[in-house]
Design a protein around this ligand. Structure first.
Ligand code: 13P
Length: 253
């Protein structure tokens, strides 16, 4: 299990699923599951449900995240939402640079860096996603790719910021495919990311939480979470079911 400096974090990325009322019902059901005293739980509904889910989670142990933000504070950016607006609606976390955003919406490392800076400036905890595609893995360049993606984020942080920043290692080939990285392979990637953060910014890298994502389910969570550098999970499909998500939460402690 994880270093004593790092609390396990289980985050549910609901992606583009659920209406407002469905989101509220799911949030309530998750808040009602048993959550270990050392485990942090976060849910990331669609933008339209954030306000109602915030109200439903009031006074519970579950925190609210958005799935994206824009780096500017305000202005003529049709369709975008700023960090301050996410704080205003009750978010404490924001997912940045998810592979779906990189692949389908043209997000770049530069954009990820700007979003990370904007999130932190507003007091949000960024959950910055990195991960290689299948062809990159097969070409043997996994560490080059995730190293480059991590560096974009590290460039806008200092050592102290690592304690309130989260990285999610999500191999693209494992997302929504039912294929999970072997726990030992995931551990290698997580250790690589932590070492790189420590080399660039200092031993504060020991406080950086690194989540694994990609087909995490109730029946594979325990093995993944047992790895020394896996500090939690970013869960897609399995976070849409409170019972299964609850079992993943309990696998964390
Ligand atoms: P799945 O758990 O559905 O594979 O999704 C992972 C993910 O992309 C979480 O952000």
């Amino acid at each position: 299990m994880t270093h004593p400096n790092r609390r396990p974090l289980i985050a549910g990325n609901w992606k583009m699923h659920k209406t407002v009322s469905e989101s509220v019902a799911l949030a309530r059901a998750i808040a009602d599951t048993r959550i270990g005293p050392r485990t942090d739980v976060v849910v990331a509904p669609v933008f339209t449900a954030l306000s109602s889910v915030r109200a439903a989670l009031e006074g519970t142990a579950v925190a609210l995240s958005a799935q994206n933000l824009h780096w500017e504070a305000q202005g003529a950016f049709t369709g975008e939402v700023s960090a301050a607006m996410l704080v205003d609606v009750g978010c404490r976390f924001v997912i940045i640079g998810h592979s779906e955003r990189r692949q389908l919406f043209g997000e770049t490392d530069d954009g990820v860096a700007k979003k990370t800076r904007a999130a932190r400036a507003a007091g949000l905890v960024p959950i910055v996603c990195v991960g290689e595609t299948l062809s990159e893995r097969e070409a043997g360049i996994t560490f080059d790719v995730i190293g480059r993606q991590l560096d974009a984020m590290l460039a806008v942080l200092d050592e102290k910021a690592l304690a309130t920043t989260v990285v999610a290692y999500e191999p693209v080939w494992a997302i929504g495919t039912g294929k999970t990285a072997k726990a030992s392979d995931a551990q290698l990637a997580h250790a690589f990311l932590r070492d790189r953060a420590k080399n660039k910014l200092g031993d504060g890298g020991d406080t950086l939480r690194i989540l694994y994502g990609g087909s995490v389910k109730a029946d594979n969570a325990a093995e993944l979470l047992a790895q020394p550098d896996i500090d939690g999970a970013l869960v897609g499909g399995a976070s849409l079911d409170a019972e299964g998500f609850g079992r993943i939460i309990r696998a964390a402690g």
